[in-house]
Every structure is written in structure tokens, then in C-alpha cells.
Design a protein around this ligand. Structure first.
Ligand SMILES: *Cc1c(COP(=O)(O)O)cnc(C)c1O
Length: 376
């Protein structure tokens, strides 16, 4: 049995090595390291895959979120509603732009933003909602868009963990996550479902003028070289990463299916266990399992993690401290809030290895050890 890893990008690379190596060498041969043809090809490929009008590649997922918020003309003090139960990047950019993060609850079954909690958090200062498609499951976008339309709010989807996920609306329409809100943002960090071999990110929108603005912001606020219209930043996806991502985009559906097979194995092994809650899939969402996350009830989650580590099985707690309890916000003077669901999930979640290269033998070994511990 191969050693078990949370992600195994090396083995995945070996399957596509010839194509990737050639694509990298083509960039070296042209010497167009910045904004070369692969970057435009990749943007076009993503537009086609996601069925969205504009894709703006950028340096990473955090920049993607930041550029999206910069483009919306939000002003210091404007409130942005986000789940507390997410990766810090989502809320960090809110703080960085001197906007006010307003932390809300998630649904304990899907781990995604709870629309009722969003409704309750709306004030006259609210300008945007940032739903996160956490672990590869879609946030309840139909309800979020309804609330956004009702209160005239922007919606920025944090799609860093869910590229390829499908959202089904009640009228039967199906859209890819990241293409439903005002703007979608994603990351190509190596361990993401569509991962580069370095950093990368992209922003999506169907709005022509927002697309032009975001393109400009990502490029020092210029449309014409050396004529800077607005304060922007420098955020680029380089040609080598784009060339690699072009190859991998063609495999994305297959990669997501491989993750789904891993999840099916785990689900089957842990089905109907009184102390283990397996991931739930809402009727409106598919699941691309960026993470496979269990809730452990009436058993010691941290001890389980240690037990697994002793048996050379990695596991992770995503995330050990929710946003509303992070020290970085202590000086923000945010109102004291109590998020019971978020706190409960923080104490009971554990993510098991899930990636495209897992072997049945590894899965059997992992499930056996989880059950050994839980049943002891
Ligand atoms: C990875 C991630 C990001 C940030 O992406 P980077 O490319 O690492 O900057 C943002 N939000 C979520 C939910 C993520 O998982």
C-alpha cells in the first residue's frame, strides 16, 4: 500500500506527465511567461466549461475575492455577510478593504451559509453576501439570490473548493457554482480540485462592465499601458501555470468523479453509524468533495485524529477556529455574537483523505481504523 496522503498531486502528475511536460516546454520555447497564449486559452476554456461570459485569471483565490470586492465599489464601513465557518481568506479580504465582516451561521447538514441567518444579519449598511461552497457542496444559491434581489445586495461566490459543482434551480435550470452570483471567485492552489503547480486564481462574471473593471484592477488599474484610472493591484496567472491548468481542465470531471467514488466508499463504510454523520447532499447540489468531512458525535474527535496519525493516516480539522473567534478581528470592535452551529461543527468535524489517486486498499485501511476507534 502506498503511504496515505491528504492529497497526492505527484501520482496525479505522473498520469499526465507527457502532456504537462510538453506544455511547460512550449512556454519555455516561446518565452511568453506572462500573459502568453496559454493564459487566454485557459480563460476561454473555463468560460466554456462553466458556461460563463467572462473569466479573469489572477494570482490566487484570495486576490480573486479581493479584486471582486474592489470592483463593486464598496466603501469602508459597508457590511459584508459571510459564514464564520470557512477558510480565513473569505473574510480576510473584507477586513483588508476596511469593510465590516458580519459573520453568520451555516446549515449543520451542508456546512454552507444559512439563508435565515443571512436575513437576520441584514442592516441598512449591508452591501454584499459571500456564500462559500464549502468542501465542494453548493451553498443554497436560489435562496441567497432571492434575498440579494430583495435587499439589492451583491453576491460574491467563493468557489475555491467547488469548481465543477452543479447547482439545480427549482425551475430545472442547472448552473455551475461560481457563475450564479454577481461575481464568482476561485483558487487553483495545488490541492484544490483544479490545482496548478503553484498559485493561481480566477474571477467569473456575466457582467461586461464588471469584467472590464476587474481586468483593469488586476492590472494596476490600467486599460491602456501606463495610464492608471483606478487604484488596482498586480495579480496575474503566469503562462506556465495556465499551460498546466489547460491540461488539467480537460480531466476535471474525471477528477471530480474519482473524488465522488472515494466519498461513496466512505459513505458506505460509515452508513447508519450512531456516532458518525457522513456528508449530506442537498437536492439542489452535486458534490465535488474538495473535502470529505465527517461529524463525530459522542466520541472524542481529537483523539480519533491522533489515533489515525499513529496509524499513519493523515486527517485535518477544517477549520479549528471559526472566523468570528479569530484574534485578527479582536480590534475590529465587532458585536459579540454567538454562533452555536458553527461552534458545534468546529468541535466535531474531521476531514479524511480524498483525492484522485486513492486506492481501495488505502480506503479499506482508513475506514477500518476509523471504525476501530469509534467502536472501541
Ligand atoms: C483556498 C481557498 C481560498 C483562497 O485561495 P488561495 O489561492 O489560497 O488564495 C479562498 N476561499 C476558500 C474557501 C478556500 O478554500
Amino acid at each position: 500500500m502506498r503511504p496515505i496522503q491528504m492529497v497526492d498531486t505527484k501520482t496525479q502528475y505522473l498520469h499526465i506527465k507527457a502532456d504537462v511536460d510538453k506544455a511547460i516546454h512550449d512556454v519555455l520555447d516561446t518565452a511568453a511567461y506572462i500573459n502568453g497564449k496559454p493564459v487566454q486559452d485557459f480563460a476561454a476554456g473555463l468560460c466554456n466549461y462553466l458556461n460563463v461570459k467572462h473569466t479573469i485569471p489572477c494570482a490566487n483565490g484570495t486576490d480573486a475575492l479581493q479584486i471582486a470586492m474592489m470592483a463593486l465599489g464598496l466603501e469602508p464601513g459597508d457590511e459584508v455577510i459571510t459564514p464564520s465557518f470557512t477558510y480565513i481568506a473569505t473574510t480576510e479580504v473584507v477586513a483588508l478593504l476596511k469593510l465590516t465582516p458580519v459573520f453568520v451561521e451555516v446549515d449543520p447538514t451542508t456546512f454552507c451559509i444559512d439563508p435565515e441567518s443571512v436575513r437576520k444579519a441584514i442592516t441598512p449598511k449591508t452591501k454584499a453576501i459571500v456564500p462559500v461552497h464549502l468542501y465542494g457542496h453548493a451553498a443554497p444559491m436560489e435562496e441567497i439570490m432571492k434575498i440579494a434581489n430583495e435587499f439589492n445586495l451583491f453576491v460574491i461566490e467563493d468557489n475555491a473548493q467547488a469548481i465543477g459543482c452543479d447547482y439545480s434551480f427549482s425551475d430545472g435550470t442547472v448552473k455551475k457554482t461560481g457563475t450564479i452570483g454577481t461575481i464568482g471567485a476561485t483558487s487553483f492552489y495545488p490541492s484544490k480540485n483544479l490545482g496548478a503547480y503553484g498559485d493561481g486564481g480566477a474571477i467569473f462574471t456575466n457582467d461586461d462592465s464588471l469584467a472590464a473593471k476587474m481586468k483593469m484592477i488586476a492590472n494596476h488599474g490600467q486599460q491602456k499601458r501606463y495610464y492608471h484610472e483606478v487604484v488596482g493591484c498586480n495579480s496575474r496567472l503566469d503562462s506556465i501555470q495556465a499551460a498546466i491548468l489547460n491540461i488539467k481542465l480537460a480531466h476535471l470531471d474525471k477528477y471530480n468523479q474519482a473524488r465522488q467514488s472515494v466519498a461513496a466508499f466512505y459513505n458506505n463504510a460509515f452508513a447508519n453509524h450512531s456516532k458518525i454523520i457522513t456528508p449530506f447532499i442537498a437536492p439542489y447540489s452535486s458534490h465535488v468533495y474538495h473535502q470529505y468531512t465527517l461529524q463525530i458525535k459522542n466520541a472524542d474527535r481529537n483523539a480519533l485524529s491522533e489515533y489515525l496519525a499513529q496509524h499513519k493516516i493523515p486527517s485535518m480539522i477544517y477549520y479549528p477556529v471559526p472566523g468570528h473567534k479569530q484574534e485578527m478581528f479582536a480590534s475590529f470592535g465587532l458585536p459579540q455574537i454567538h454562533l452555536a452551529v458553527t461552534d458545534e461543527l468546529t468541535d466535531c468535524v474531521i476531514s479524511l483523505p480524498v483525492h484522485t489517486e486513492m486506492e481501495v486498499e488505502q480506503l479499506q485501511y482508513i475506514t477500518k481504523h476509523v471504525l476501530n476507534f469509534i467502536n472501541q
